[in-house]
Design a protein around this ligand. Structure first.
Ligand code: ASP
Length: 652
């Protein structure tokens, strides 16, 4: 495991990091070729001559100085030294004359930091370690210095040692020493560097920082509130630089980008962080195709060299098709098991809940087919799928085994007639051992439940050893033609923006804005990778009147809060559009990390806490005074109040 991460890290660091493929002119071209092919100098300006991980037989005889942490010691003869780049074996001198060196290296506790100087020698024949990239050599030490000792650690710094996430987050600075975290963060840095290179050097984008102290704005996610010294006045942390980047277009900075920190107070969600990073982009005089090509080129250019290259252009799918075939707006297209409308097969059904659904005007019957389901799924699996559908979607799901004759004596399944069974087999191309999961109801609801079950089935089958989603495959997809508005969740009679209120309507649907706004499609596009939304954007409204109408009349928002933007649109705003890529999620998928917290140096816990420093933390009343704030403690929070000056206990 370790050697696999290490070799990937080393390969990534020591191979040229990609090639400039675009035609660029003159000296810029030469500079770029140089910068993109250069192997970074890893030991400039510091006490070491080399990294622990880089030494090979080609270094034999060289005098080197290394700095690192003590990873292992064996019989007071060998020491394994570690830095971010890898491990190297150091031979502890045994002769009397080097007694002081031996003492340092034998007495320093594990994870102490040492500096050693010596000669690179080859290991005696038969003692090479082919699993270690530096396994052919060792260091014959002449001098050593203990730079700092290490006390007893809360966990061992070895990737294979299991630790809870809470403990990792509490001691994040130790967790960062793991090769896995080193790999993730260094890969992230390299990809961002390549993105900057692509955007700024190849395509003339300007990197502009926008404020993080902003104000409340309508629509979108919930914002974090920041008190100010003016009574009753608050800043907000921006959920994205959306308004600023549009204003930059009005200001003539017509190709903007930023590695932007965004903040959303959305409570705890497993795959979200209250603060996260976007590659935020905006351009003037651009259409959807322009933005899509830019992003395809950006990902292709910044893609790690140790992965299969990105193939462009990415396929695209309309929102309607994504919902109908995959039950979601972020389909995982690495595997089939698509949703099929089988309403016509069941027009004369005797099965009650199907009959019921089809008697309604919007009623449908839908199904997915799990190939080899009868072979790999157990009865309890199917039952748990049905329970999930019932508990979370209030939907009935019927399992049918059209060819395997294993209906578990279900009376409902038995009432499926022979011609319905054979029509189902034909329509869904069902093979031996195929299991059909069937549900009925309104189109969107039936698709949503089957979309969820499709993913659950893939998990179940993969847990049984089938490979449905090749882990080496990166399946990008554009989802387009979203509706401009959706019914508000809490009040379906009202509308909310499907993306955000600045998204332009689809040109062919503008005439419906005044009559049937729900039918209007938008110029919003999402980028999906392996079933995860990794980016989204839109062509914007640049006409102040249209923007005002959408905000005030259709979305019922207070336009005064956006008067600065509306005014700017009135002062010759160019047509513009943009996109933001969710950097954390993208890197998480590229590295195959189990959570976005594994690609963020100092993430918040699941509950939004910093377990290392104990943020958010309480403040004594006198510190709140300048902000005109008083805490109104909930009745049961005596403990909280008295914890103001207590030592901190992390989440378990
Ligand atoms: N600001 C948008 C978001 O954060 C992205 C965009 O429309 O460019 O989702």
């Amino acid at each position: 495991m370790f050697s696999c991460w290490l070799s990937r890290l080393c390969r990534g660091l020591s191979t040229p990091t990609g090639r400039v493929t675009h035609l660029i002119q003159g000296s810029l071209s030469r500079r770029l070729m140089l910068s993109s092919q250069r192997i970074p100098e890893l030991s400039s300006f510091v006490a070491r001559t080399n990294t622990c991980g880089e030494l090979r037989s080609s270094h034999l005889g060289q005098e080197v100085t290394l700095c690192g942490w003590i990873q292992y010691r064996r019989q007071n003869i060998f020491l394994v030294l570690r830095d971010f780049h890898g491990l190297v074996q150091v031979v502890i001198p045994q002769d009397e004359s080097a007694a002081s060196v031996k003492k340092i290296l034998c007495e320093a506790p594990m994870e102490s930091v040492v500096q050693v100087s010596g000669t690179v020698i080859s290991r005696p024949p038969g003692q090479e370690n082919p699993k270690m990239p530096t396994g052919e050599i060792e260091i014959k030490v002449k001098s050593a210095q203990l730079l700092n000792t290490c006390k007893k650690l809360p966990f061992e710094i070895k990737d294979f040692v299991k630790k809870t996430e809470a403990l990792r987050l509490q001691y994040r600075y130790l967790d960062l020493r793991s090769f896995q975290m080193q790999y993730n963060l260094r890969l992230r840095s390299r990809m961002v560097m390549k993105m900057r290179e692509y955007l700024c050097n190849l395509h003339g984008f300007v990197d502009i920082e926008t404020p993080t102290l902003f104000k409340r704005t309508p629509g979108g996610a919930k914002e974090f509130v920041i008190p100010s010294r003016e009574p009753g006045k608050f800043y907000c942390l921006p959920q994205s630089p959306q308004q600023f980047k549009q204003l930059l277009m009005v200001g003539g900075l017509d190709r903007y980008f930023q590695v932007a920190r965004c903040y959303r107070d959305e409570g705890s969600r497993p795959d979200r962080q209250p603060e996260f990073t976007q590659i935020d982009i905006e351009m003037s005089f651009v259409d959807q195709i322009g933005i899509r090509s830019l992003i395809e080129g950006l990902l292709q250019y910044s893609w790690p060299s140790d992965k299969d290259p990105v193939v462009v252009p990415f396929p695209s799918m309309t929102f309607a098709e994504a919902l109908a075939s995959y039950g979601t707006d972020k389909p995982d297209t690495r595997f089939g098991m698509k949703i099929v409308d089988i309403s016509d097969v069941f027009r004369n059904t005797k099965v009650g809940f199907l009959q019921d659904a089809l008697s309604k005007p919007q009623g449908t019957v839908k199904a997915i087919c799990i190939s080899e389901g009868a072979k790999y799924l157990k009865r309890k699996d199917i039952e748990s799928l049905r329970k999930l559908a019932a508990d979370h979607f209030n939907q009935e799901v019927l399992p049918v085994f059209p060819k395997a004759n294993r209906n578990w004596n279900s009376p409902v399944a038995k009432s499926i007639m022979e011609e319905q069974r054979s029509e189902l087999i034909r329509l869904m191309e069902i093979q031996e051992d195929g299991v059909v999961l069937l549900t009925a109801g309104e189109h969107r609801k039936a698709c949503s439940v089957l979309g969820k079950l499709r993913l659950e089935c893939a998990d179940l089958l993969e847990a049984r050893g089938l490979v449905l989603r090749d882990p080496a495959l990166f399946s990008f997809l554009w989802v387009v033609d979203f509706p401009l508005f959706l019914p508000k969740e809490e009040n379906p009679g009202e509308l909310e923006s499907a993306h955000h209120p600045f998204t332009a309507p689809h040109p062919s649907d503008i005439h419906l804005l005044h009559t049937e706004p729900k039918q209007v499609r938008s110029q919003h596009y999402d980028l999906v990778l392996n079933g995860n939304e990794i980016g989204g954007g839109s062509i914007r409204i640049h006409d102040a009147e249209l923007q005002r109408y959408i905000l005030a009349t259709l979305l019922k928002e207070d336009v005064k809060l956006l008067s600065h933007l509306l005014q700017a649109l009135d002062f010759g705003a160019p047509p513009h559009g943009g996109i933001a890529l969710g950097l954390d999620r993208l890197i998480c998928l590229v590295t195959g990390a189990p959570s976005i917290r594994d690609v963020i140096a100092f993430p918040k816990s699941f509950r939004g806490h910093d377990l290392m420093s104990n943020a958010p933390d309480s403040l004594p009343p006198e510190e709140l005074k300048p902000y005109h704030i008083q805490v109104s403690w909930p009745a049961d929070s005596e403990a909280e109040k008295s914890s103001l000056n207590q030592p901190y206990h992390p989440e378990s």
